[in-house]
Design a protein around this ligand. Structure first.
Ligand code: AMP
Ligand code: MG
Length: 352
């Protein structure tokens, strides 16, 4: 199949192109499209056959459920049995936006979307292109990130094509995504809602609405328990070369520098995914992917996946990544970096 690229303006998209993409979706095809978080790979979320194509194109395990994307909050009513008070409060405050709620589903949602679970994940994206496309298609769109399974999510149409060219019908290109990491997934089926995946809506923002009535899933704190969200158990976000993550409250840049210099002196090609602050300290011979200032987690989030993909075209033997502080969007950034590193972590700043 030849993948068509429809280039549109993100703020004021060409409706004739979006209408063509919507027609492809209604016909059961696959269309990658930008959201404010990352590019999604869309299919008709009410059609099992269309949804099955997503899993094939991505090589995604069939038990990893998909998020349904809707244009208007009222569409939730057909898809879920009830909206608990907490969920309603979160949706009122953060929709449209990078928040996904998990609720009990109705039979309208095909098994293929939920991996057979009796719950469904739903989000109303803020991106104008995404919402216009969903509205024109007239159906909820199942849309996981538009990457091959296990790889860093795409924040540009070029990154979508690098993974999925020839496997999908269309990619709508509206330039880079604003936020750069995926939505926050909150399970609202329990009396205390649980964050299953940190993302664009920070824990601080959730707490401002729910107070103490919000928990973070223990799997995210590294405890050894069965994951409650199927997506938690898979290798994810990984660059092609093996990656090592340096993290800790102090000494991160220094410890990484020592190791990078040592390796660069050998015949190994070293890549570094680091802050602008650290980039300036690295020796010549170390290939650098600069993710922005570590003082600004939103800048790091916006640049993260591009930085992780940089060494796909500039091969290195090993990648060193610098961790940042886990406040605000830093929590989502560190969650992605730890997974991308396959949990190969160097704890810095420890005595002895
Ligand atoms: P992605 O589509 O790549 O952004 O991933 C979607 C995320 O939402 C994955 O981590 C899924 O496991 C999670 N998810 C989707 N549906 C559910 C559900 N019903 N219950 C729990 N987690 C879900
Ligand atoms: Mg994904």
């Amino acid at each position: 199949m030849k993948t068509q690229v429809y280039v549109v303006n993100g703020a004021n998209p060409d409706f004739s192109l979006l209408a063509k993409a919507a027609e492809v979706l209604r016909g059961g095809g696959l269309v990658a499209f930008p959201t404010e978080t990352v590019y999604g790979l869309g299919a008709n979320g009410l059609n099992s056959g269309a949804v099955a194509k997503i899993f094939v194109a991505k090589g995604r395990p069939s038990d990893n459920p998909l998020i349904l994307h809707i244009a208007d909050a009222s569409e939730v009513d057909k898809l879920v049995r009830q909206v608990p008070v907490c969920a309603r409060a979160l949706m009122d405050r953060f929709w449209p936006g990078p928040l996904t709620v998990v609720l009990e589903r109705t039979p309208a949602v095909p098994d293929g979307v939920t991996g057979g679970l009796n719950t469904v994940a739903i989000r109303q994206p803020d991106s104008v292109v995404a919402r216009d496309l969903i509205r024109l298609a007239g159906i909820p769109l199942a849309a996981p990130s538009a990457n091959s399974s296990g790889r860093p999510s795409p924040t540009t149409a070029q990154a979508v094509l690098a993974d999925l060219e020839g496997k999908i019908d269309v990619v709508v290109d509206a330039g880079p995504c604003d936020i750069g990491v995926e939505s926050t997934v909150v399970d609202c089926t329990t009396s205390v809602p649980v964050v299953l995946r940190p993302g664009g809506i920070t824990l601080e923002m959730l707490s401002a609405i729910l107070g103490d009535n919000i928990k973070v899933d223990s799997a995210l704190r590294g405890d050894n328990v069965t994951p409650r969200s199927p997506g938690m158990k898979y290798k994810h976000y990984a660059p092609l070369a093996p990656m090592m993550l340096y993290e800790g409250e102090t000494g991160v840049a220094q410890e990484m520098l020592v190791d990078a210099v040592r390796l660069a002196l050998s015949t190994k090609r070293v890549g570094a995914v680091v802050s602008t602050e650290t980039a300036g300290l690295l020796p010549e011979g170390v290939a650098v992917a600069d993710y922005g200032s570590r003082q600004r987690p939103e800048e790091v989030a916006a640049n993260l996946y591009k930085a992780l993909r940089k060494f796909d075209n500039e091969p290195v033997d090993v990648i060193y990544a610098e961790g940042i502080v886990e406040s605000g969007l830093g929590l989502a950034v560190m969650n992605r970096l730890r997974k991308a590193a396959g949990y190969r972590i160097v704890k810095c700043g420890r005595e002895g």
